[in-house]
Each structure stands twice: as structure tokens, then as C-alpha cells.
Design a protein around this ligand. Structure first.
Ligand code: NAP
Length: 278
């Protein structure tokens, strides 16, 4: 399965720990089926101390690439022979490609997937990013690269926001402030049962004006608290499942050389069930 041109067939998967609830296999396998590709996408639960040796062995078993999720995104970047400029700048990789020459390339499709999900031109936009973890880093970098006029970063632990803002030449804010675009890149809303007032309180959003556009990277079978808040205020809301689809579509194309049908991916991801990590 290893040999042959892109699209000729192969294995792909998602490496994480845990990875049991991932929606990526349903999404990618639906795309392969729709295009008649002889590919399969599997869940690969791998503990941190086995990450490097396991991943290095995958090409020998027919794998052409893997997505990487919590807690391995930094290790994935470190393992790669050739990190893409976005992955290197963000400091994390979520997509590894096993090349014919034996080298491993690393990409970060979270950043581009976020911009693809957002759709509109971000030049001149004033954005507020909540969160300074892996997703916050990718989003803040993506917005800066897309020409946003101002990217403010708020984080529960202020020192992480300060460090990220300094690294990317952006602005840290002590409390959320109004803008054109709000992105929730925290895990707030991931845990079932957290009600909207508690989520808004945790994010300091109780006294902020509505934003014209709200993106909630958190995804769930239910409407998430931040997405519900945005919708009620009349904001344009982009949910985490659309971002998941867009970053997955980029990985799909990298490995198979073919553009997946986005509606098929969307249908599979939305039918795939309860809250999940990627
Ligand atoms: P991470 O690196 O663990 O970062 C977690 C972030 O959430 C940190 O900024 C953390 O703040 C903040 N946080 C946690 N609990 C909080 C609370 N109670 N109140 C306020 N802030 C809190 O996680 P990540 O990889 O960045 O992922 C963040 C979210 O994005 C996850 O829900 C993930 O599933 C989602 N995500 C979705 C996609 C997609 O395709 N839709 C892609 C990537 C990530 P501290 O620094 O103070 O701890």
C-alpha cells in the first residue's frame, strides 16, 4: 500500500491519547468512499512515551499520513524532518505526511482550516482570541498572517497570553474587549452540563458587546454555550465542527492529492456522535 502515486490507496489515522471519541475516522472514511478511494482511516491511541517510535513505524505498515491530536502536537513537530513554515511558527503540528523519500513532513492545518471555515477576508478585522493553548496559538498566528488589523489575546492564565502576544507581536488584554471577531479557543464548553452563564463568566464575556462574528472551536453534539450566545446576539456563528471539517479536508488533500466533497465530510462529522477530541 505504501507505493504508488497519491490517491493510489493507503492508510491514514489519528494519533492521540485518548482518541476513542474522535470523529475524524467517520469524516475521512466517508470522503474516501464518496471518491471511490482505496484508503482507510483508523484511530491510533498512543501513549506519550511511545509516540515517536510508533509514528516512525507507521509508514512500514502502509500509512501515508496521520493527524495528531492532544497531547502529541508538539512532539509531532519535533519528530518531523520537514516542518512547514506555519507549523514551525505556531510551534505545533497536527498533520504528518510520510513521504516516498522516507522523510516526514509536518503541517498545521488548524490555522488554515480555521480561516477556510471563517471564509471572509480578514484584512483590517479587529479580533479577540480567547485562549493561549495550542488552538489559540494557531488562530492568533492565522489571523495575523491573514492581515487582521488587531489581534488581542485573552487567557485565563495571563502569563501565557503575555508570552504568546510577545512571541507573535500581538496584544494581550487583561479582560475581553469588543471587536469584529471573537474566537473561543479555550476548552470552555467542552464539558457537558456547563450552562451558558457559567461559560460566559469563565470567559469574561458577561459584559462585552456582541461581536458581528463568533467562532467557537469547541465542538459537541449540542450547540455550545459560546455559539448559543453568539446566535442569540445575532452574530454570524461558525462552529467547531465546520473548523474540524476544514482542517480535515486539508489533510485529506495533502495525502490523497484529491479535494474531498465538503458536504460529505460535514454530514459524516455531524452524524458521528458525542463530544470528542479530534
Ligand atoms: P489546550 O492547549 O489544552 O488549551 C486550553 C485552553 O483553554 C487554555 O487557554 C486554557 O487556559 C483554557 N481553559 C481551560 N479551562 C478554562 C476555564 N475553566 N476557563 C477559562 N479558560 C480555560 O487546548 P487546545 O488544543 O488549545 O484546544 C482548545 C479547544 O479547541 C479544545 O476544546 C479543542 O477541542 C478545540 N479545538 C478544536 C479544533 C477544531 O477543529 N474544531 C481544532 C483544535 C482545537 P489556561 O492557560 O489558563 O489553562
Amino acid at each position: 500500500m505504501r507505493d504508488g502515486p497519491p490517491g493510489a490507496g493507503g492508510l491514514a489515522g489519528v494519533v492521540g491519547f485518548p482518541v476513542g471519541h474522535s470523529r475524524s475516522p467517520a469524516m475521512h472514511n466517508a470522503g474516501y468512499a464518496a471518491l471511490g478511494l482505496d484508503w482507510r482511516y483508523l484511530k491510533l491511541p498512543v501513549a506519550p512515551d511511545r509516540f515517536a517510535e510508533t509514528v516512525r513505524a507507521l509508514p512500514g505498515s502502509g500509512y501515508r499520513g496521520v493527524n495528531v491530536t492532544v497531547p502529541h502536537k508538539l512532539a509531532a513537530l519535533e519528530l518531523a524532518d520537514e516542518p512547514s513554515p506555519p507549523a514551525a511558527a505556531i510551534g505545533a503540528a497536527n498533520t504528518l505526511t510520510f513521504r516516498e523519500d522516507g522523510l516526514v513532513s509536518a503541517d498545521n492545518t488548524d490555522a488554515r482550516g480555521f480561516l477556510d471555515a471563517l471564509g471572509a477576508d480578514q484584512r483590517g478585522v479587529r479580533a479577540l482570541v480567547l485562549g493561549a493553548g495550542g488552538a489559540g496559538r494557531a488562530v492568533a498566528w492565522a489571523l495575523r498572517e491573514a492581515g487582521a488589523a488587531d489581534v488581542a489575546i485573552w487567557n485565563r492564565s495571563p502569563q501565557r497570553a503575555t508570552a504568546l502576544a510577545h512571541e507573535l507581536g500581538l496584544r494581550r488584554v487583561a479582560a475581553p474587549e469588543p471587536g469584529d471577531l471573537l474566537v473561543n479557543a479555550t476548552t470552555v464548553g467542552l464539558e457537558a452540563g456547563l450552562d451558558e452563564p457559567a461559560a460566559l463568566e469563565a470567559l469574561g464575556l458577561t459584559r462585552v458587546e456582541p461581536f458581528p462574528t463568533v467562532v467557537d472551536l469547541v465542538y459537541s453534539s449540542e450547540v455550545t454555550p459560546v455559539a448559543a450566545w453568539g446566535a442569540r446576539a445575532g452574530s454570524r456563528v461558525v462552529d467547531g465542527l465546520e473548523v474540524l471539517v476544514r482542517q480535515g479536508a486539508l489533510s485529506f488533500e495533502l495525502w490523497t492529492g484529491m479535494c474531498p466533497p465538503l458536504d460529505v465530510l460535514r454530514g459524516a462529522v455531524r452524524a458521528a456522535g458525542p463530544p470528542a477530541t479530534r
